[in-house]
Design a protein around this ligand. Structure first.
Ligand code: MF3
Ligand code: CO
Ligand code: CO
Length: 310
């Protein structure tokens, strides 16, 4: 029998177009800068993977601030809002909390937050493009406060979003939750990717391989690498006190990607949509603590969960 091409949902939305990027936003002098803020070059990652009790407390605070900023971003998402307006909001909000917006000048990244719309997988640069009815967007916030980073992202829906995009968003959030559920001391790193890939496969979604979770603490990206696919070689076990992210990117079509000539924006080659959720986690004596939540345990993920029935 002839192979039938898998039918993919079609979107009426045209490809995301690059907009204009506004000038760099200044950071007031009282904000403590991470080591790359001036040069754009993060020093080689050398920090231990296991955090001290003082670092853990600082990470809870940085994580709570990042989660609160993301919750406030949710209120700003609407048709007609330019992604650079989200950047301006995040920049000011982060600085008002006495923190530095970690993306700003990280390896030369020109803005304070990543905004990734529709087929943009990650690292979208905020620009003059306005959100359109039916768009889906990932907003990825990282801030640096008291010497540590908190890194979290969520999807948001713009107006009326089609059912296949809602399904993508729902199953990506569930994949992250399933991955978090396997974390415990002694957990092999590849159990995380296994959980994500198993869930993605069940729902016929692609798993992006080029971008992975990472150790995070005093360094934005530390040595620890957390693939979101099953890698039989990743048998190293997680130790209590390790802090890292899980941030799966799932796609409606093929997960193959290309990078725009801005050298940041990663888009699916086939133009089909992609979704991502991210938390910063700590390995506790029994499981994982979500560091990127408010003191009462709220996250932007809960808002979207309600909208997509996750
Ligand atoms: N926040 C992203 C992550 O989850 C990293 C963004 S790097 C930047 O790892 F330079 F694009 F901001
Ligand atoms: Co991250
Ligand atoms: Co991030």
């Amino acid at each position: 029998m002839a192979k039938r091409k898998r039918k993919l949902p079609r979107h009426s939305s045209p490809p995301v177009q690059q907009g204009l990027v506004s000038p760099r936003r200044p950071v007031p002098s009282h904000i403590v800068l991470p080591p790359y803020a001036i040069s754009g070059k993060p020093p080689p990652a050398v920090a231990p993977l296991v955090r001290t009790p003082e670092e853990i407390e600082a990470m809870r605070e940085a994580g709570a601030h990042a989660a609160e900023v993301l919750l406030r971003v949710a209120e700003k998402i609407a048709p007609g809002v330019a992604t650079e307006a989200l950047d301006a909001f995040v920049h000011d909000e982060v600085i008002s909390r006495g923190a530095y917006p970690s993306p700003l000048n990280y390896k030369g990244f020109p803005k304070s937050v990543c905004t990734s719309v529709n087929e943009v997988i990650c690292h979208g640069i905020p620009d003059s493009r306005q959100l359109q009815d039916g768009d889906i967007i990932n907003v990825d916030i990282t801030l640096y406060r008291n010497g540590v980073h908190g890194d979290t992202s969520s999807m948001f829906l713009v107006g009326d979003v089609d059912e296949s995009s809602r399904k993508l968003v729902r199953e990506t959030l569930i994949a992250l939750r399933e991955a978090i559920a396997v974390v415990r001391p002694g957990c092999a790193i590849n159990e995380i990717g296994h959980a994500i890939e198993t869930h993605a496969r069940k729902h016929r979604l692609g798993v992006v391989r080029e971008f992975i979770g990472h150790g995070v603490g005093s360094e934005f990206h530390s040595k620890l690498a957390i693939p979101h696919y099953f890698d039989p070689k990743q048998t190293r076990q997680l130790e209590q006190g390790t802090s890292f992210t899980i941030e799966p990117m799932l796609t409606l079509g093929s997960p193959s990607l290309r990078i725009w000539d801005d050298e940041w924006t990663a888009v699916t080659k086939d133009g089909h949509r992609s979704a991502q959720f991210e938390h910063t986690l700590l390995v506790t004596p029994t499981s994982a603590e979500i560091l990127t939540q408010t003191p009462t345990g709220e996250t932007a993920h809960d808002l979207i969960a309600d909208l997509v029935n996750a």
